[in-house]
Design a protein around this ligand. Structure first.
Ligand code: ATP
Length: 236
């Protein structure tokens, strides 16, 4: 037993004839935040979709010491949950109904209990529970996407660019929430363009370029890596 929650070995994904992931391997410890950084088109979303089973992949995915279930539904039941880049909320449904949908695999009493935990964590959503999701601000929409994900009681949250399109202050709020979630025992695989902020809250980091892992290591070391600094971290 490796003690890892997730282990990817030699993951390849193709769209038609074009291979976009060329043998990705990575691992994550339970209770950790691992961030995947890289430019647009590097294959980060594809990697999350492969882990969730939304796109087919070759290679092996071991989750909690066993091969990951084959179907997406099986993976959700096993504790994996993806918050996609586009959030994919139901704009014409209320906040409450969107949250409820996240608990579709749970029974009524689990749903009721988790719903109250979600509202306690996101008081803004509780205030707006009757409001239509389409009328929320960008930050509130991301909170709703996270709240809906928590309804499945995940053990591993896959977050695709949670800060995308948000104002800098809201980005910090959202990443603080991600950090807080880890304290509840949820492990988080965080895809972010905002490399500096992501490395600040992560334990480990992976740089993916053109479908391959170029660099990996403790987030604190990646954050001061000169090569990364030039291309991805900007200067202070
Ligand atoms: P971004 O941050 O822009 O979403 P990314 O690192 O998440 O980038 P992916 O979205 O995984 O990258 O895309 C990787 C490559 O695969 C890109 O060249 C993209 O055009 C291609 N691609 C993604 N989805 C599909 C698809 N459904 N069909 C064909 N090609 C796709």
């Amino acid at each position: 037993m490796s003690g890892n929650l997730l282990e990817l070995s030699d993951i390849h994904v193709s769209y038609g004839r074009a291979e976009v992931l060329h043998g990705i391997s990575m691992s994550m410890k339970p209770g950790s935040i691992v961030t995947v950084i890289g430019a647009n088109g590097a294959g980060k979303s594809t990697l999350l979709n492969a882990i969730m089973g939304i796109v087919p992949s070759s290679g092996t995915i071991v989750y909690d010491g066993a091969p990951v279930p084959r179907s997406v539904e099986g993976r959700v039941a096993a504790g994996l949950c993806l918050v996609p880049e586009k959030r994919e909320l139901f704009a014409t449904m209320s906040v409450e109904d969107n949250i409820e949908l996240g608990g579709f695999l749970r029974n009524a009493s689990e749903r009721a209990e988790t719903r109250e935990e979600v509202y306690a964590r996101f008081p803004r959503l509780a205030e707006r529970r009757k409001q239509l999701a389409g009328t929320l601000s960008g930050g509130e929409r991301q909170m709703l996407a996270l709240g809906r994900a928590l309804m499945s009681r995940p053990r591993l949250l896959l977050l695709d660019e949670p800060s995308l399109g948000l104002a800098p202050k809201i980005v910090i709020d959202i990443l603080n929430i991600v950090s807080e979630l880890r304290k509840t025992g949820v492990s988080i695989l965080l895809v972010e363009q905002n490399a500096r902020a992501a490395l600040e809250i992560a334990d480990e980091g992976y740089l993916v370029e053109l479908g391959e892992v170029r660099l990996s290591g403790p987030a604190s070391e990646m954050a001061v890596n000169p090569a990364l600094m030039e291309s991805y971290l900007g200067t202070h």
